[in-house]
Every structure is written in C-alpha cells, then in structure tokens.
Design a protein around this ligand. Structure first.
Ligand SMILES: Nc1ncnc2c1ncn2[C@@H]1O[C@H](COP(=O)(O)OP(=O)(O)OP(=O)(O)O)[C@@H](O)[C@H]1O
Ligand SMILES: [Mg+2]
Length: 287
C-alpha cells in the first residue's frame, strides 16, 4: 500500500465534531449523493475520461502547452503537481484542460467541473471525481473508508473533514500506483464548497504520488466566487491571457469559410482582445 494510511493527529481530528453538526450535514450529504448518482447515471458507460482526443488543434498557446507538457513529464517521473489555471470567461481554460487530458503522457484522467446550479450540493464534485477510482477504496484505512463513504453518501457514519481529505489523498495515491493520475477540476468557482475545500487540502499535500491536480478558475468578476478561488491561493498558477494578434487571426482563419476583408478581421481581433470565445462570437456577428 503506497497510501500513507494518513490519520489526523489527536485533537485536530475534525471527526470529533459535535453530533449536532453531523446531523445538520446529513441532509446535505443525502442531496449530494442524489445529485452525484444522477450524474453518474447520466454518464453511464464512461468509467473515466482518458486521453480524449482534442477536438481541434489550439491556436497559439505554446507557452501554456509547454507548462502542461512539463507538468506531465514531471508526473511521469513520479512527482506530483498542482496547478491552477486562471483567466476570464472564454479565454481558453477548458480548451487547455482538454489539451492536458488528451495528451499522450497524461495516463489516467478523471475530472469534475463546477456547475452553478449544483454549488450547494455538498461533496457532489468530489463524488464525480472519485467515483471512477473507487476500486482502490479497500486500500484505505477503516476510518478513512468510513469518512469517505459517508461524505460521498455511500453509508452512514462520521465524515470529519480532515479524515475525508486524507482519504481522498490516499485514494488518489493508490490510483496512481500503476500509472500517473491526472485530476482535472474545471470551473472551480462553481464547485460545491466542501469539494473545493477538500481538493484544495489535497492539492497542498501532494508529494511523490504521481498525481496531478489541475484546476481552472474563471476570474471574470460576475462568475468569480471569491471563497473557492481563495482556497487555491498560493498554489502554482498559470495565467491564461488573450491570444496574440497573429494567433487570433489564425483562429479566425480556421473558422471562416472564405478569406475575409483584412480590415474587418483587424477590427474583430482588436475588439476581442484575443479572447477566443469573443473572436468566435464576433466573427459570427460579422458573418
Ligand atoms: N487556443 C485556442 N485555439 C482555438 N480555439 C480555442 C482556443 N482556446 C479556446 N478556444 C475555443 O474558444 C472557446 C472558449 O474557450 P474555453 O471554453 O476553453 O474558454 P474558458 O476559459 O474555459 O471559458 P469559461 O471560463 O467561460 O469556461 C471554445 O469554443 C474553445 O474551443
Ligand atoms: Mg471553461
């Protein structure tokens, strides 16, 4: 067993929380389980997401791809990595996550994404991320098994947050024994708060398990929920900015059916500030 069987130390064990707060969590946990199982059913037949082919090659992004390539190379050498992609709506964070997940070096890939309407369902994102890895569940200590299964709505018992965090850490480590594991967590701003806290905890404690935890956070003011974003403060970061002008033109060239007036193209590129989604929408409007 490579997992450390990590248990919290003495008084810091949050599993000692009062019965009252455990009870108040019950309803939330049930809701989370219902939501998570609904999603799992929706994705029936998809055990996990492994090496999806990229829908289309990315325009530009050499620097960002290099960062992700390096992360995967280090992962192959057995080093764990956490990375947070930050950028505004439509700038290309999910496209970069798809590049990562579709990479030949990525090994096994599991993922979850925040959904605005599910943000109140405690542990729903954690369930989505961990569900494909549950064949490693029996390698956890009994206390971790109880905490994790309670959190994921699979059984009654105690779900102290610290124990859940340690259980997830060990579950990921166990899953990475045979091949590196990449965990992709998109739209962090909409993760349910419990999952965000646990995943941030895990990201800070990764060591030599060959696990990568890669997050994407939307920094557009209207989408940003500071609480989740703050949880990831201090982790290694990759700022995703607009495309350079020539890359923006290449993106337009790829979607235009025929060559367009260079002045119109220049205006679209300038108006979009290199934001790929804006480029695609502006081009549609001009079309
Ligand atoms: N480098 C790129 N080359 C070509 N197309 C791109 C590139 N980056 C993004 N796109 C396309 O632009 C659109 C927006 O990108 P994406 O969904 O990745 O943005 P995002 O940062 O995840 O936005 P949000 O925060 O709203 O989720 C998508 O259609 C995507 O395929
Ligand atoms: Mg996105």
């Amino acid at each position: 067993m490579t997992g450390s069987g990590r248990e919290p130390d003495g008084e810091s064990d949050e599993s000692d929380e009062s019965d009252e707060s455990d009870e108040s969590d019950d309803e939330e946990i049930e809701q989370a389980a219902a939501a998570a199982f609904a999603r799992t059913a929706h994705e029936e037949g998809r055990e996990d997401v492994t090496n999806d082919p990229l829908p289309q090659p990315l325009c530009g992004r050499a620097r960002e791809q290099e960062v992700l390539d390096r992360l995967l190379l280090e992962l192959r050498e057995g080093r764990s990595r956490a990375l947070v992609l930050r950028g505004e709506s439509g700038v290309g964070k999910t496209a970069l996550l798809a590049y990562l997940a579709g990479h030949g070096l990525a090994g096994r890939v599991v993922r979850t994404a925040g959904v605005e309407t599910d943000a109140e369902l405690a542990y729903s994102n954690l369930h989505e991320l961990c569900a494909p890895l549950m064949d490693h569940f029996d390698r956890l200590s009994p206390a971790q098994q109880e905490a994790l299964s309670t959190a994921l709505g699979l059984g009654g018992g105690s779900a102290g947050h610290l124990l859940v965090g340690l259980a997830v850490l060990d579950l990921l480590a166990e899953a990475a024994v045979d091949e590196p594991l990449v965990c992709v967590v998109d739209d962090v701003q909409w993760l349910d708060g419990m999952s965000a806290a646990i995943l941030a905890f895990v990201a800070r404690r990764l060591d030599a398990e060959a696990v990568a935890l890669v997050f994407a956070v939307n920094t557009t003011a209207s989408a940003l929920r500071p609480a989740n974003a703050r949880l990831l403060a201090g982790l290694p970061e990759l700022r995703v900015e607009g495309l350079a002008d020539e890359d923006a033109r290449a993106l337009l060239a790829a979607v235009l059916p025929e060559p367009a007036d260079p002045e119109v193209l220049d205006r679209i590129v300038a108006d979009s500030q290199g934001n790929p989604l804006a480029l695609l929408e502006l081009h549609r409007n001009h079309g």
